[in-house]
Write a protein that binds this ligand. Sequence first.
Ligand SMILES: Nc1ncnc2c1ncn2[C@@H]1O[C@H](COP(=O)(O)OP(=O)(O)OP(=O)(O)O)[C@@H](O)[C@H]1O
Ligand SMILES: [Mg+2]
Length: 433
Amino acid sequence: MGQRSAGDYPDERLLGTLEQLLALDATNLHDALDHVTQLVAEAMGADKVDVFLLEPTSSTLVARGTSDTPMGQLQKATGMDKLPIVNGGRTVAVFQTGAPFMTGHADQDPAELIGITQGLGVRSILAVALPLHGKGRGVLVVVSATPERFTERDLHFLEAISSWIGLVAHRAELVEHIAHEALEEGRRRGAEELIAVVAHDLRNYLTPLKTRLELIQLRAKRQERPADMVDARAATQVVNRLTQVISNVLDATRLDQGLFVLRPQVVDVVALARATAESLATSQNPIEVRAPDEVEALVDPDRIRQALENLLANALQHSPEQAPVRVDIEGAAASGGSDRADHIVIMVRDQGPGIALDALPHLFDRFISGPNSAGLGLGLYLARQIAIAHGGNLTVESLPGKGSRFHLSLPVSLPQEPTVSQRTDSEQATVLE
Ligand SMILES: Nc1ncnc2c1ncn2[C@@H]1O[C@H](COP(=O)(O)OP(=O)(O)OP(=O)(O)O)[C@@H](O)[C@H]1O
Ligand SMILES: [Mg+2]
């Protein structure tokens, strides 16, 4: 390296370098930058070429690509491939100002780092800002141990090269990003399939377990063993919760595949809500239901129970001890309509911490759960999908520090032109597409 005199390389050589830059296989940013620096070092006869990029967490410019030259190797060995912004120096100045820099006597420049002039023996420097995504986020530095090595013409050449590197780096970043996303998506699908299969098998084991627990509870009652009754009831609740988690997983898969089925019938929603609340309430956290004697609606009772279970399980989980969860049920008429209620609103409210405002936009998405949750983040997603399948909706009001309030609204009869397609078999099932 460094055998020619300043500025004596022909234009074809520059053109050739640019052509090779464009032909680079930019599938990996690190490899692409190493190639680029090597090409530039050869084209300019430099002792070292670096692409420095900012590492924001440590506020340091890090050489992400360096020519494989003796000075490049020495730089790595001495740790000069990392330049903390606070230490200053010419490379940092170019990064901060965006203005190019050129010198033929770095050793006489008090603003340059000693590690560069004395440690690496650098005399001539050309440095230009590297535009990445249109922002000056890096610096391209070409150096030589020979004084007065570079000319203004070299600087122009380097500026052209820096634009190309910006493009190559951007392309490589995009390719890396796409490859990463594809890998994640593949993993997610694999994990979801596995979970669905395991969930299905687990459910088969839970039914006999539940039956056994009910028998134990009955026997304990007959033989007047209250402690055993309490334990058996607690164990039943755990099994119920597990059954609910498994149902959620299976239903999320069914929704994905368009196989989510509704089996509507006329149901007293108040009785359904009371029974659901009773099965979930504990002595630490009671559930109070306030409702008219009876409110009938055409709904799928299993699905509405599932939606309520998810809402109540969340409310209980986030309630302080002895703070009851409230369920209010009301019939509501559409504005301007008749006196008869055409909607039911089931409100579930707790006195827990509420939900952070920034969590609200994605609260009903799949697999979204809070930092303290041991769940899968499916409960609210399914509860809302169930509401929508009935032609209703699920919304939330959060009062941070005071509690959360979920509104599950359901039409009394299924929609005339539903968001679901009716199946005309004997069970009158409705399939969500
Ligand atoms: N009543 C509530 N009070 C406070 N935070 C809540 C409440 N309900 C839900 N959340 C927050 O919303 C997140 C999502 O709830 P969701 O029911 O979808 O999932 P999960 O409870 O984490 O898991 P899963 O229900 O699948 O077992 C919860 O992790 C929690 O952070
Ligand atoms: Mg939940």
